[in-house]
Ligand binder design. Structure first.
Ligand code: PLP
Length: 438
C-alpha cells in the first residue's frame, strides 16, 4: 500500500545526504574524539566541523554549541543547569517561569525542580495559544533565575514572540536568563543568535536532530558565552565541561550536515530552484510516499512548504463540516496544522488514516497511548471533547503537492465514516441508530 508521512513533528526522515555524511564514522573513522592518535584526530576534526556548521545555522560562536543526546537532555540541562548553578547567598528560593504549553521535557523538568526548593510559575496562554508579554512581565520577580518559553509549539506550530519575551526578561534584571526550546523551529525558521540578531537576548536554546532530518538521539544546547551552567552528568571534561561523555561522533556529523542542508533550504539565495529527485526503494526517502519513478518536485523553501500546508487546510475545510484549525489565527511554522473534527475520537481517526496509508498524530507522539486530552489544547481553552477530537498534520521537506491531494481524498472519507459510528454525532443529528449500519 502507498504510504504518506505527515508526522514530521514526531520525527523527520533521515535525509540521504545526512546518512552518507555520517556513514564513514561508523566504519572507517571510528575513533574516539578524545584520543590523540590519527583515528581520534579524524573524529575530533569531524566534530569541530559539525560544531562550525551548527554555529553558522544559529549565527553564534562554535564554543557556544554543546552537543547532547537530544531535545529532552538539552531542555533538562538548561533548566537544572541554571537553577542549580548558583545557590542564593540569602537562602532565597530561586524562581523559574515557564508556560503551560511547553513540551513535557520542560514541563516535567520544571515539576521536578519544584520538588527541589525551586518556585515555578506556569504562564497561561491565550485561546490562540500565545504567551502574552504582559503576563511574563507581571510574573517576573527579583528571585527569577530563568524563563523558559518554547519558540514553536509541537502540537499547533504556534510561534511565540520570543525576541520580545527575552528582552523583557533581560530588562527586568541582570541575572535572569532566557531559554527557548526551539526543537520545532529549527530548520523551519531562521534563528539568529548573534549580538545584533533577532534572538540576541536568548541565553540558551534547545535543538533536536531528529526534528531536522538527522538521526534520533542527537541534539544541541546553545549556551551563550559567560552563562554559568552546572552539568547534569559528571565524568570527563567533554564539551567544555558542560556535558561529560564520549561524543556520539556519527550523530554529531549527521547533525552538522543536517544544519548545512537546513541553512541552504532556509536561505533562497543559496538554494536556487526546486530540487527534483527520482525516488527508489533504497534511497532513504521511501519512508515517504514514493511509488512512482517520475521526477518529483520538492518544496524548495519554507514558502513552498507553507503553500502545501495551506492547500491541505483549505481542502479539509472545504470538504469537512464541524472541523476547524486549532491556533489557526496565529503565526505558525509552515509545516504544521492542528485540526479538530467534532464527534470524532482522534485516536480512532489516526488509526483509520494509518490503515489507509496516511501517518499523522493525535497530540504529541510522546503522549500517544495516554488517554488525557492534550495539555496544550486544553490550556488554549478547548473542551476536553474537542481536544480529544484533534489531530496534527506535520509535513516534511519531502512532502509533495500530489501527496496533499491524495491525503485530501482520504481524510473526509475517514471522518465521515467515524461520524456515522459516533453517538454524539447521531444525537446532534437526531439520527436513530440503525443496527445493520454498525
Ligand atoms: N521539545 C519539543 C518542542 C519537542 O517537540 C520534542 C520532541 O517531540 C522535544 C523537546 C524532545 O526532543 P527529543 O525527542 O529529541 O528528546
Amino acid at each position: 500500500m502507498r504510504r504518506i508521512y505527515m508526522d514530521a513533528n514526531a520525527t523527520t526522515p533521515l535525509l540521504p545526504e545526512v546518512f552518507e555524511a555520517m556513514r564513514p564514522f561508523w566504519i572507517e573513522s571510528f575513533g574516539n574524539a578524545s584520543s590523540i592518535h590519527q583515528q581520534g584526530q579524524q573524529a575530533r576534526a569531524a566534530v569541530d566541523h559539525a560544531r562550525e556548521s551548527l554555529a553558522r545555522l544559529l549565527q553564534c560562536r562554535a564554543s557556544e554549541i554543546v552537543f547532547t543526546s537530544g531535545g529532552t537532555e538539552s531542555d533538562n540541562l538548561a533548566l537544572f543547569g541554571i537553577l542549580s548553578a548558583e545557590p542564593s547567598a540569602t537562602g532565597e528560593r530561586p524562581h523559574l517561569i515557564t508556560s503551560a504549553i511547553e513540551h513535557h521535557a520542560v514541563l516535567h523538568a520544571a515539576e521536578a525542580l519544584a520538588l527541589r526548593r525551586v518556585d515555578v510559575t506556569f504562564l497561561p496562554c491565550t485561546p490562540s495559544g500565545l504567551i502574552e508579554p504582559a503576563a511574563l512581565a507581571a510574573a517576573l520577580r527579583p528571585s527569577t533565575k530563568l524563563v523558559s518559553i518554547m519558540l514553536a509549539n509541537n502540537e499547533t506550530g504556534t510561534i511565540q514572540p520570543i525576541a520580545e519575551l527575552a528582552a523583557i526578561t533581560h530588562a527586568h534584571s541582570d541575572t535572569a536568563l532566557f531559554h527557548t526550546d526551539a526543537v520545532q523551529a529549527a530548520g523551519k525558521l531562521p534563528l539568529d543568535l548573534s549580538p545584533k540578531g533577532e534572538f540576541k537576548d536568548v541565553d540558551l536554546l534547545t535543538l533536536s536532530g531528529h526534528k531536522m532530518y538527522a538521526p534520533q538521539g542527537t541534539g544541541v544546547l546553545f549556551v551563550r558565552r559567560n552563562v554559568r551552567l552546572a552539568p547534569l552528568f559528571h565524568g570527563g571534561s567533554h564539551e567544555r565541561q558542560r556535558r561529560a561523555g564520549t561524543e556520539n561522533v556519527p550523530g554529531i556529523v549527521a547533525l552538522g550536515k543536517a544544519a548545512e542542508l537546513a541553512q541552504s533550504w532556509l536561505t533562497p539565495s543559496t538554494n536556487p530552484g526546486a530540487p527534483s529527485f527520482v525516488p527508489s526503494a533504497k534511497d532513504g526517502v521511501s519512508r515517504t510516499s514514493a511509488t512512482t519513478l517520475s521526477p518529483i518536485t520538492l518544496p524548495a523553501n519554507p514558502e513552498e512548504l507553507g503553500r502545501l500546508r495551506n492547500r491541505l487546510e483549505q481542502g479539509i475545510l472545504a470538504a469537512v463540516a464541524e472541523a476547524g484549525i486549532n491556533g489557526g489565527d496565529t503565526p505558525r511554522v509552515v509545516n504544521t496544522t492542528n485540526f479538530y473534527f467534532d464527534h470524532v475520537e482522534a485516536e480512532a481517526l489516526v488509526i483509520a488514516l494509518d490503515l489507509k496509508g496516511l501517518a499523522v498524530s493525535g497530540g504529541s507522539a510522546c503522549q500517544s497511548g495516554a488517554t488525557e486530552p492534550s495539555h496544550v489544547l486544553t490550556a488554549m481553552g478547548l473542551s476536553p471533547a474537542r481536544a480529544r477530537a484533534s489531530i496534527r498534520f506535520s509535513l516534511t521537506r519531502l512532502t509533495t503537492e500530489e501527496e496533499i491531494d491524495y491525503a485530501l481524498t482520504l481524510i473526509p472519507a475517514a471522518v465521515a465514516r467515524l461520524r456515522t459510528l459516533s453517538p454524539t454525532y447521531r444525537t446532534a443529528l437526531r439520527t436513530p441508530v440503525i443496527l445493520s449500519e454498525a
